[in-house]
Write a protein that binds this ligand. Structure first.
Ligand code: AHM
Ligand code: MG
Length: 334
């Protein structure tokens, strides 16, 4: 078998990146490797979801009041496990946990980072073989190294993220992550069990053909959002339209497509949910970071997502995110 040595694995890539910084400690590379390991374990379970008794509800309701699926629980435990046993993470916040978790042991207290994640996003799609994902954001702690991490480490604005990324469990499994230096995508090569660099230096096209929104909520949206949606539908061919509507119901899948092909994704406020549905810390902020590094934009309608200072772990926010020119047009409506 001929092995293509031009393709870098995730570990090789992060080590190469680290070498560009003479003072780097390697903690971020280690953290990303840990996240990659959790992703591979989750991937195995996602792929055999139809075969074993892992489908369906775990029988409890999470802090958001939603039914917890068994795979959510599995994914959450995998993430906590690798991050707790690794050397780079002082604590975590998760969609599936009421409060943030301080690891508080000798090694973790010396770690630089905290991680916020949604272990399995798009959970309504688990039972029906539609792409789902994991989302994560990494922050450098503001509390003193050597002590247990604190709430302030988790409640930082998204602009402070050191790295953010997602894993999509789709027709293939990919890990995409961004640092300020760029966005890179790695596809899991099942033959060697490694994430391999397949999408170097991803840039989000400045405009695209897709708009993604839950049309079922149309009459619940603010009027300016409804006007924008109408504009998407009534664009002439000359104006690049009409846009195609694509909405999977897994934001990882919707945003992955829009990142690669260009497009706009919206989860606006509704009459019933004035703050929208999506969570700022582990859904909106990581994607806002990724999309901005790739050249796009993300707002809550009035404010850049990355500037919002969170007040609590499970805070929700309306979200408008995507290609630069499409976002600029949307902003004229908002
Ligand atoms: P989840 O974290 O419970 O899976 O919810 C988040 C998901 C997003 O992936 C998706 O964009 C959205 O919820 C879909 O919500 P809706 O069904 O209201 O359109
Ligand atoms: Mg989610």
């Amino acid at each position: 078998m001929i092995i293509n040595r031009n393709i870098l694995t995730l570990d090789e890539f992060t080590i190469q990146q680290m070498r560009m910084f003479p003072n780097a400690t390697g903690e971020l590379s280690t953290l990303l490797r840990d996240i990659g390991l959790a992703a591979k374990r989750i991937n195995v379970e996602v792929n055999k979801a139809g075969l074993v008794d892992i489908l369906g509800d775990a029988g409890s309701v999470n802090v958001q009041g939603e039914d917890v699926k068994k795979l959510d629980v599995f994914a959450n435990n995998q993430f906590i496990g690798v991050l707790k046993h690794g050397i780079s993470c002082a604590g975590i916040g998760s969609e599936e946990m009421d409060d943030f978790v301080v690891f508080d042991d000798d090694i973790s207290n010396k770690s630089k980072y905290v991680v916020l994640f949604d272990p399995l996003d798009g959970s309504s799609n688990i039972d029906v073989n539609v792409s789902i994902g994991t989302i994560f954001g990494v922050y450098r702690r503001v509390s003193k190294i050597g002590t247990p991490c604190t709430q302030e480490d988790f409640l930082q604005p998204g602009i402070n993220q050191i790295a953010a990324g997602y894993i999509i469990y789709g027709s293939s499994t990919m890990l995409v992550y961004a640092t300020r230096r760029g966005v890179n995508g790695f596809t899991l090569d099942p033959s060697i069990g490694e994430f391999s660099l397949s999408h170097p230096n991803i840039k989000c096209p400045e405009k695209g053909k897709y708009y993604s929104v839950n049309h079922g909520n149309f009459f619940q949206f603010p009027e300016n959002v409804r006007k924008y949606i109408n504009a998407c539908q009534s664009k002439t061919e000359k104006e690049g339209g009409p846009y195609n509507q694509r909405y999977i119901g897994s934001m990882v899948a919707d945003l992955h497509r829009n990142l690669i092909k260009g497009g706009i994704f919206m989860y606006p406020s509704t009459f019933d949910n004035p703050n929208g549905k999506l969570r700022l810390l582990y859904e909106a902020s990581p994607f806002a970071f990724i999309i901005e590094v790739a050249g796009g934009k993300a707002t809550n309608g009035t404010e850049r997502i990355l500037n919002i200072k969170p007040n609590n772990l499970h805070e929700r926010t309306p979200l408008f995110i995507g290609s630069k020119q499409m976002m600029e047009e949307l902003e004229t409506y908002l």
